[in-house]
Ligand binder design. Structure first.
Ligand code: NAD
Ligand code: ZN
Length: 344
């Protein structure tokens, strides 16, 4: 079969590989759609040894069951499914509570991250990772599994602060951010302030229903402060879907005293936490900072439900498998707005 693999650090290419076979408890899925996530660029850019090579990328997968392995119940050839990408140990304290994204045994990873993923004609996944998607188009189902799930989980973590009348600043309106805006609209009554360097991303935020948009630049903090008010007031919740030095600086400078800062993006910025008596603290006092990772299977089922109810729809741009490297080049250049979806 054809697969798009990281064959060496930084090298992404289409190759022919044997079609894998489903072992006990697994299914062979015919990939219908796979999202191109910015995390794949971080994986490609990572130092040698950080990820296995060769590795078929693609952790945002939806498809159709082709064959089922031994001991699989509840799934048959022809069933359509979205794939929950994390494979926790299933037995630790976190997994027992359904928090496989906090597994205490299996290191951070998943399908398309620590084992072969969906940028291929077929992928083998444990049957326990599949969720029914009803009549959703597979190009819509795929982005739910990360671009939908990750913001949904972050919003869940902050839900107690997302009360009617509060303000949520969303930084980075790309694949994750444009889903975050829709999830906030569908599940809260907060004022949404969308922030991005890119005008097309801000147009997308407006189309998705953001109440205010701010073009990131030298005056970002002042522009956001004009909306959320001066310190010690500020944004009740800040969702940073970039995680670079400038966005983290903005995030900590606009979050309210006692607010919540959720750092989702993996761009490598740092967040100073250094309370001292005789200086303004780098982060307002009483502010909580969380670093969410992906989400839970139960949350993915809720994200799928939101989409099936018509309240969540990714803005997708499709590419055939042989153009996947081009889709990633465009993503790196900031020329994908919404989500690039590869259709093998
Ligand atoms: P994307 O490329 O689709 O979107 C990023 C957006 O951020 C773009 O619209 C871009 O214009 C904007 N941006 C870049 N620099 C900016 C700046 N300085 N100020 C304001 N906006 C800026 O990326 P994505 O696929 O949505 O992923 C976003 C980030 O989230 C990536 O770092 C990715 O690795 C990370 N991620 C984390 C998790 C997790 O579990 N923590 C899961 C998925 C993705
Ligand atoms: Zn576990």
């Amino acid at each position: 079969m054809r697969a798009v693999r990281m064959t060496a650090p930084g090298v992404l290419e289409q190759v022919d590989v044997p079609t894998p076979e489903a072992g006990p408890g697994e299914v062979l899925l015919r990939v219908g759609a796979v999202g191109a996530c910015h995390s794949d660029l971080h994986i490609l850019d990572a130092a040698e040894g950080a990820f296995p090579v060769p590795l078929t990328l693609g952790h945002e997968i939806a498809g159709t069951v082709d064959t089922v392995g031994a001991a699989v119940t509840g799934w048959s050839p022809g069933d359509r499914a979205a794939v929950y990408g994390i494979i926790g140990c299933g037995h630790c304290r976190a997994c027992l509570r359904g928090l496989e994204n906090q597994c205490r045994v299996v290191p951070v990873g998943g399908i398309g991250i620590s084992r072969d993923g969906g940028l291929a004609e077929y992928v083998v996944v444990p049957a326990s990772r599949l969720l029914h998607v009803g009549d959703l188009d597979l190009t819509q189902a795929a982005p739910l599994t990360d671009a939908g799930l990750t913001p949904y989980h972050a919003i869940e973590l902050a839900r107690s602060a997302l009360r009617p009348g509060t303000t949520c600043v969303v930084i980075g309106i790309g694949g994750l951010g444009h889903m975050a805006v829709q999830i906030l609209l569908a599940t809260t009554a907060v004022r949404i302030v969308a922030v991005d360097t890119n005008v097309a991303a801000l147009d997308l935020a407006t189309r998705m229903g953001a109440h205010d948009v701010v073009r990131a630049g030298p005056d970002t903090v002042d522009a956001i402060r004009a909306i959320v008010g001066p310190p010690p007031d500020g944004a009740d919740v800040v969702l940073d879907f970039v995680g670079a030095e400038p966005t983290l600086t903005t995030a900590r400078q606009v979050v309210a005293t006692g607010g919540q800062l959720l750092l989702v993006g993996l761009a490598g910025g740092t967040l100073p936490v250094r309370p001292v008596a005789d200086e303004p603290p780098p982060i307002p006092l009483e502010t909580s900072v969380q670093v969410p990772f992906w989400g839970t299977r139960a949350e993915l089922a809720e994200v799928v439900a939101l989409a099936r109810q018509g309240e969540l729809r990714a803005d997708v741009h499709t590419f055939p498998l042989d153009r996947a490297p081009e889709a990633y080049d465009l993503l790196r250049r900031g020329e994908i707005h919404g989500r690039a979806i590869v259709v093998p």
